[in-house]
Structure formats: C-alpha cells, structure tokens
Design a protein around this ligand. Structure first.
Ligand SMILES: [Mn+2]
Length: 287
C-alpha cells in the first residue's frame, strides 16, 4: 500500500485573491481529520515571499511550484496541487508544459473566466487572470514562467460552469474561440456529459490534459468556503460522480483544486469535499 502513495503539492499563497486566507488552505487540508494521511505524500509546499510587488511575489511562488511540478511530470507521477488562490494554475500548468515540451489540454472548472488582462481587469486582482496568462496574455512575469511561450493553445482548453464574468475577459475568450460550457448548459446536459465532451476536445490534439478545479464552480451550499462564491453552481455529488470516471483516464496528467478559503467554510463542508476529491483522484490512479 505505502509504495503507491499519491503525490500532493501545496501552493500556500492567497496574495492574489480577495484576501489572503486561501494561502492557509493547503495546511488545513494537510492536517484534515478527513484526509487519510498515510495514502498521501506531500512532495512540496511553496510559500509566497514578500517582494517588490504582488506580481513579483506571485511570479516567484509560481516558478517554485512549476519547478516541483515539472519534476513530478518527468518522473511520470500523477498528482494534485492544492491552492491557494487560482494563480496556482500559472505555476502548475507552466510546470507541466515545461516537462512535456508538447501540447497540453486543460479543463477549467470555474464559476468565473479568470481571463482578465491588466488592460481589462476591474479589480486588479491576479486571481482573475491565470487563464489569460496561460494563453499568453498578461504580465510578462506571469506569462513567461520557466519559458517565454504560451502554455496552452485556445483550442485545447474548455471552461465549465461559468456564471459570472466581465466583458473584457469574455471578449478575449470569444476572440480566441475558446469553448465555454456556461452553467445553463451544464445543468441542462449534466456535468458528466459535458465533462466527457470537453475532454474529447482537449485531448484531440494533445499528449494529455489536466483539470483545474476552482471550488467556486460548485454550488456554495455544498462548498461555502471559497473567496468569491456564486449562487446556482454545480452539484457536488454530480461532480464527484463525473470525476470518478475521469480519474482513471490515462490521459489525465494532473489535477489542481484551488480557492479554498478556510475562514469562510461552514461545518468543514468544503474541507471534507476536498478530501473526497483527492480520494477520487488517488483511487483513479490505483485502479
Ligand atoms: Mn478561478
């Protein structure tokens, strides 16, 4: 049993969110009574260091994460990154891309689009920009992690669960022709069907794909502990069931769970849900 421990990495940074509480999340998960700790091996825990600007801080902590991620991909280990705010994605998928040196698919499950650029953002918060960064748009310190090239091609990414967004980011994704499954389509067709269709698309011309799960995609009734909750989200059980099938897919390279804000959790609902998600990802690799 012990030789098959599933690898976890912590991105203990919340400096790009509404407040910094998401930075505590990986430590909360690490110590959670719901996590069977003997099944997991924490290979990394990166922390932000005060820098000249938030951009530099995020750039450095993402670079640290990207290096640790790249090492695991090179060793052909499957793993999950636990955020932290959603800027974790810049580090995670830059690291995966660096190790693969090939086209990568990405499923972005989120209530938001996270596709702002410095020109379109209203809040200025970097956790609203990670997908744009991965597509090659944004601050050079964040688009150039490990290598000066876009990490994901627009045709190799799908968004699922979107229900709150702003004009500028929507315009960028529309211009790039990125497929978005808004919440209405997800509810109408079911998360399982939508997820399978999205995977078919993002794995068509790639060597594999990843899943970036922002917990705010899930209905706040099921996952209240997030930075930016949005009503009318994806049902937690439906998502867990859909991911059970996906977790065994050999094309799935890595996963990421972000935006857990322990200070807003209720009755440890969100914390418990994260440990259930991890069990699903771990079991998928052991079958
Ligand atoms: Mn997000």
């Amino acid at each position: 049993m012990t030789q098959n421990k599933y690898c976890l990495l912590g991105y203990a940074s919340g400096v790009a969110g509404v407040d910094t509480h998401a930075g505590d999340a990986p430590m909360i998960v690490q110590q959670s009574p719901f996590l069977k700790s003997s099944d997991y091996q924490w290979t990394s825990m990166v922390h932000p260091l005060q820098d000249k600007s938030i951009i530099d801080t995020v750039s450095h902590v993402c670079t640290a994460l990207a290096k640790d991620v790249a090492e695991l991909v090179t060793k052909q280990k499957t793993f999950t990154v636990i955020g932290g705010d959603h800027t974790a994605a810049i580090g995670t998928w830059s690291g995966v891309h660096y190790a693969l040196q090939n086209d990568l698919g990405l499923i972005w499950i989120d209530a938001h689009m996270d596709s702002h650029t410095p020109e379109t953002t209203l809040s200025g918060r970097l956790h609203g920009m990670p997908l744009a960064c991965l597509l090659g748009y944004g601050y050079p310190a964040l688009t150039g992690i490990l290598e000066q090239t876009p990490k994901i091609k627009p045709e190799n990414v799908c968004l699922i669960g979107v229900r709150s967004f702003e004009e500028g980011e929507a315009a960028l994704l529309a211009k790039l022709n990125v497929r978005i499954y808004f919440i209405e389509e997800v509810k109408q067709r079911g998360i399982a069907e939508v997820l399978q269709e999205a995977i078919t698309q993002v794995s068509k011309n790639t060597v594999g794909y990843g899943i970036s799960l922002d917990l705010d995609a899930i209905d706040p009734k099921n996952a209240p502990g997030v930075d930016v909750p949005e009503l009318n989200g994806v049902n937690d059980q439906a998502l867990l069931n859909a991911l059970k099938i996906v977790a065994a897919d050999p094309r799935l390279i890595a996963t990421e769970i972000v935006e857990f804000d322990p200070s807003r959790d209720m009755y440890q609902k969100t914390e418990k849900l994260i440990t259930e998600l991890l069990d699903i990802f771990r079991n998928g690799k052991n079958t």
